[in-house]
Design a protein around this ligand. Structure first.
Ligand SMILES: C=Cc1c2[nH]c(c1C)Cc1[nH]c(c(CCC(=O)O)c1C)Cc1[nH]c(c(C)c1CCC(=O)O)Cc1[nH]c(c(C)c1C=C)C2
Ligand SMILES: C[C@H]1O[C@@H](n2cnc3c(N)ncnc32)[C@H](O)[C@@H]1O
Ligand code: SF4
Length: 452
């Protein structure tokens, strides 16, 4: 409880802060990044290097009320088939400007629900990608899988296309919570999906679960986590439920009076965390857990952990290209985001242009600040010597930046001879501390989700 009151004093339970999957964060993007700039950045990719590719499928058969992802519901296949043609055209356009010899170290299909594609569509999509860039050695191809929207033929198609990692959406196993968040999914359904995935030789499995859901209690959280542990996931993303009905209108269906308080959210996180740690999972950054033999754990232990739009990754490539409506690309030069609306994206591609609508070109201290924020979000520490090796900044100037932020978080931030450190008991404050290094959010009016 002493910890809670200290965290309270520092404002944890009132704060609204970004999740820092990028810096600057997406709400700061502006419309000065256009298709021309996106194409220029693509053409500046080093020949023969490997990059990551993200493909967004913005459709779902069911629209879960809690969900804040960019997606739309459809029962028919025709909009999905039309979208697939658009994606293939976009992939081919990218292929025409991609420098010689570029390979894929990572391919991720996300959404929405990429598994609502019919098997022939999956094969078609994978083929179109293979035509423009082959996989690099040891490439990882992962797909987000809704256990409610998958079957043997679709898994066969994905496995044949080279999928070697899967991420399943679980959210919570409790029936009353499932009712309240508009996502019904039995334990058996989830288990069967995971069994089918593993039966195809896919031995790297992530599961997403949430804390902070309506009607969630410590006892229910314990039961859900234990059920999840019985399925032996290699990785777990334990996201804080972001209640942002002003962004995601369908969240208005969620009974807000049944939501846990910020103090309860912290306890729910701690309850789940302890169970994962007891089961020998390693804690990865602010909200992931992984088995000791998982690549994320190795990356975290060797200081190679990175943060991207999907959360945490051990991917080391400095280029991530996102295709499809609303997808974001990251280059050494900056970020580029496609048009959010599927209709706008479709129109651009059909007219032979990328749909890049907004983004951010790195300038001034952006890359330095991005590195400081990523280091805090990944390692809870900043090593000055590593920063000085990559940026033109003096030790004194860095210490001055640290001191300014440390002043806002007395005790919670330790200034070391070689940098900065967040002790374990203050780690719930990490996003708030990261914001101390954010030069844009201070003047923004973006309304974020709660800090914990
Ligand atoms: C796949 C699901 C999600 C992704 N991000 C979130 C979810 C649930 C959560 C989220 N992201 C943002 C917010 C709002 C404010 C905040 O708390 O910071 C929430 C709740 C911000 C945000 N992230 C992205 C964008 C474009 C925005 C800005 C607001 C908006 O346009 O809605 C980037 C982004 N996040 C995700 C994807 C797939 C994606 C872009 C392709 C994942
Ligand atoms: C891709 C993953 O994003 C997570 N997700 C979807 N909507 C939200 C939200 N409102 N808050 C937090 N996480 C969310 C789910 O866990 C999903 O599986
Ligand atoms: S949680 Fe998954 S299935 Fe549900 S609406 Fe969001 S993207 Fe679609």
């Amino acid at each position: 409880m002493k910890q809670q009151s200290q965290l309270a004093k520092l404002g944890l339970f009132d704060a609204k802060v970004p999740r820092y999957t990028s810096y600057p964060t997406a709400p700061q993007f502006r419309n000065d990044v256009d298709p021309e700039r996106f194409s220029a950045w693509v053409s500046e990719i080093k020949p023969n290097s490997s990059i990551s590719l993200y493909i967004h499928v913005p459709f779902c058969r069911r629209l879960c009320w809690f969900c804040a992802c960019r997606t739309q519901g459809t029962q028919s296949d025709s909009p999905v088939r039309a979208y697939l043609e658009v994606l293939k055209a976009e992939i081919a356009m990218l292929g025409r400007i991609l420098p010689e010899g570029v390979t894929l170290s990572r391919l991720h299909w996300g959404g929405g629900t990429p598994t609502l594609l019919a098997p022939d569509m999956m094969t078609d999509l994978a083929g179109a990608i293979a035509e423009i860039a082959p996989f690099a050695p040891n490439a990882e191809f992962s797909v987000e899988i809704d256990p409610n929207e998958i079957d043997a033929p679709r898994l066969d198609a994905l496995a044949a296309a080279g999928m070697n990692r899967a991420s399943v959406g679980v959210q919570d196993f409790d029936p009353e919570i499932q009712q309240a968040i508009g996502r019904i999914q039995s334990y058996d359904e989830t288990r069967d999906a995971i069994d089918m995935i593993r039966a195809r030789g896919i031995h790297s499995l992530n599961a997403d679960i949430l804390y902070g859901l309506p009607h969630q209690t410590q006892a229910r959280m314990t039961e859900s986590v234990q059920k999840l542990l019985s399925l032996n996931p290699d990785r777990v993303a334990l996201y804080g439920y972001a209640h942002v009905p002003w962004v995601a209108k369908r969240q208005q269906l969620i009974p807000s009076d049944a939501l846990p308080t910020p103090e309860e959210r912290l306890e729910l996180y701690e309850t789940a965390r302890k169970l994962f740690l007891w089961d020998k999972y390693a804690e990865i950054g602010i909200d992931h857990f992984a088995t000791q033999s998982d690549g994320l754990t190795a990356a975290a232990n060797s200081g190679q952990l990175k943060r991207n739009f999907q959360g945490y990754t051990d991917d080391q490539s400095d280029v991530l290209i996102g295709l499809g409506a609303s997808s974001i690309s990251r280059f050494p030069q900056g970020y580029a985001q496609n048009a959010s609306a599927t209709s706008v994206h479709t129109k651009a591609i059909r007219e032979g242009s990328f749909s890049t609508a907004r983004g951010h070109t790195f300038q001034g201290e952006d890359k330095l600040r991005a590195r400081l924020i990523e280091a805090l979000m990944c390692d809870f520490r900043i090593k000055s010597t590593q920063i000085m090796a990559d940026f033109d900044i003096s030790s004194a100037a860095l210490q001055q930046m640290f001191a300014a932020v440390a002043q806002q978080f007395p005790e919670a931030l330790q200034i070391l001879p070689d940098g900065l450190y967040i002790p374990e008991q203050y780690r719930p404050l990490t996003r708030m501390i990261a914001r101390g290094f954010d030069a844009y959010d201070k003047v923004s009016t973006a309304k974020h989700s709660s800090a914990i």
